[in-house]
Design a protein around this ligand. Structure first.
Ligand code: NAD
Length: 487
């Protein structure tokens, strides 16, 4: 099922790197699903542009294969696939040379819709951004309303991120640049904002006075999956914490923006990042998976037997502001963990006094925002265990998952579908602004420099486990437990 909506305005989406892995697995299926939902009008086009020497018919075959593999049941409908492919074109280009650019420019100029939005998805490594931006301008492909979409990694430290921002700023205004973090496109992440700011119930309690701590886990069971070369240079801190976990932290911790508009939301997120305190070395646990349960070790996966790159990180941090002073935030992410599980848990404090006596036990409200593998929000509340025999308390989940309550309306598009449509609509709310990305690196860099200077080696952990024991110990020392992964 896909949610049905009215078409957005006509657009040309040019996917530079349209034959790559990201295009195949995410971009093409996402656009196809929006086509099936009726959101692409007849004059919309998807133009693949990449190094491979293909003609349009060969690229359509490539698209068909990608949809069969990654677009699920919808791709079984031959008529839908054929209908979508009628929107598809292709031009072979060289991002570093002039080959193909004039042809691409001519093709874009011949669109049926005069006022079609032009969006250029840079689905290539960041080292090509500047070359591509320069050619887009030189060959007259862009105007002041054109948009560019860029993927992570956005730099590997503050300096490289600033350089990338400066390169893009030579050719585009900030309002034209869409830095994707697909976690922000998830329905539940936006629902988190709806829950926080659309209800009277939560916001008055949303501070250090009532919240004991907040934890964010993004666990993957996969290893480095053929991306070893990139990962070896990045590690979990750069690959996940600087962007995805940081973005989730921002949405959880930010002040209510005055309006739900791009700059109002991003201003508040930026304040969160700037309020982050440095992290003490003993509040960081880095890990690296070892061979176990049929899986190779990280070092075998990346082909470097002396690697000190972390495939796991857990850390405790604090925000220096009135709302959160004294409330720790625990972040944890890693590869080859026991299962795929992304969730945010807000753990409220104990009631100030228990009228039920010590035998009733300690009960705390927990708000769990589950992002992967399923999306949903659950509030744990304490009630009386039914039956005679005195007042025994038990925690039950108050399930705020939308599927049952909302029926088909809850059948949300996936993150890439939403984000690509937001690009066409010109809505930057769910995209990272230049100053946010730079502030996130400014916080991340000293942490990385710290462990590099100390020569810290990551702690080994078994593949398909919950990570290094030290991560659990860090929590236990604080009298707390990690939620989720260990269940
Ligand atoms: P890929 O290597 O599979 O594809 C790269 C694409 O760029 C190909 O289409 C290739 O033809 C094209 N290309 C490379 N050099 C070119 C040149 N000189 N001229 C013209 N075209 C050229 O890479 P990918 O996995 O699709 O990743 C693309 C970007 O997205 C990278 O920055 C990556 O870090 C990022 N990303 C990828 C994923 C993923 O799931 N694959 C997830 C998040 C971010």
């Amino acid at each position: 099922m896909v949610s049905r909506t009215i078409p957005v305005q006509a657009f040309d989406l040019v996917v530079i790197g349209g034959t790559g892995d990201l295009a195949r697995r995410k971009i093409l299926p996402a656009l196809f699903k929006r086509f099936c939902a009726g959101q692409m009008s007849d004059d919309c086009r998807l133009i693949g542009a990449a190094r491979r020497d293909l003609d349009a018919a060969q690229y359509r075959d490539f698209v068909r294969d990608a949809l069969r593999e990654f677009a699920g049941e919808l791709a079984l409908n031959e008529a839908s696939v054929a209908g979508f492919c009628a929107h598809v074109d292709y031009v072979a280009i060289d991002a570093r040379g002039d080959m193909g650019w004039q042809k691409l420019s001519d093709l874009v100029a011949t669109g049926e819709a005069q006022d079609a939005v032009r969006a250029f998805y840079f689905s290539v490594g960041p080292s090509l951004f500047s070359d591509i931006a320069e050619r887009l301008e030189r060959f007259g492909l862009t105007d002041s309303d054109s948009r560019v979409v860029v993927e992570k990694p956005f730099g590997r430290d503050l300096e490289t991120a600033q350089a990338l921002n400066a390169q893009l700023a030579q050719y585009f205004d900030e309002g034209q640049i869409y830095r994707i973090d697909h976690y922000l496109g998830k329905e539940t992440v936006q629902n988190l904002m709806a829950v926080r700011f659309g209800n009277m119930l939560f916001e008055p309690l949303w501070n250090a006075q009532y919240i004991d701590h907040i934890q964010i886990t993004v666990a993957e069971s996969v290893g480095v999956e053929g991306r070893g070369e990139y990962y070896e240079r990045a590690g979990a801190m750069r690959d996940m914490v600087q962007n995805h976990l940081m973005q989730l932290l921002c949405l959880i911790a930010m002040e209510p923006p005055a309006h739900f508009d791009p700059d109002a939301v991003r201003d508040e997120k930026l304040k969160v990042i700037r309020a982050l305190d440095g992290v003490q070395p003993h509040h960081i646990v880095r890990g690296q998976y070892t061979a176990s349960d049929g899986a190779l070790s990280y070092r075998e996966d990346v082909g470097n037997e002396r690697s000190k790159t972390e495939s796991f990180i857990a850390l405790k941090c604090h925000l220096n502001n009135w709302r959160w002073a004294g409330t720790p935030f625990y972040l944890r992410t890693g590869k080859r963990l026991s299962h795929r599980d992304s969730e945010i848990t807000v753990v409220f404090k104990d009631t100030p006094h228990s009228i039920f006596g010590p035998e009733a036990g300690r009960h705390r409200n927990e708000l769990t925002i589950q992002l992967q593998p399923n999306e949903g929000i659950t509030l744990g509340v304490t009630i009386k265990e039914p039956g005679p025999g005195g007042m025994r308390l038990v925690d039950v989940p108050l399930d705020m998952s939308f599927a049952e309550a909302l029926g088909p309306a809850a059948d949300a598009p996936d993150a890439y579908e939403r984000l690509i449509m937001d690009v066409i609509r010109g809505n930057q709310t769910l995209f990272m602004r230049n100053d946010e990305v730079e502030a996130a690196w400014a916080w991340t860099d000293p942490i990385i420099h710290g462990w590099e200077a100390r020569g810290d080696a990551p702690k080994p952990y078994d593949a398909y486990s919950a990570g290094p024991d030290d991560a659990a110990l860090m929590m236990r020392r604080d009298g707390r437990d990690w939620k989720g992964l260990e269940k």
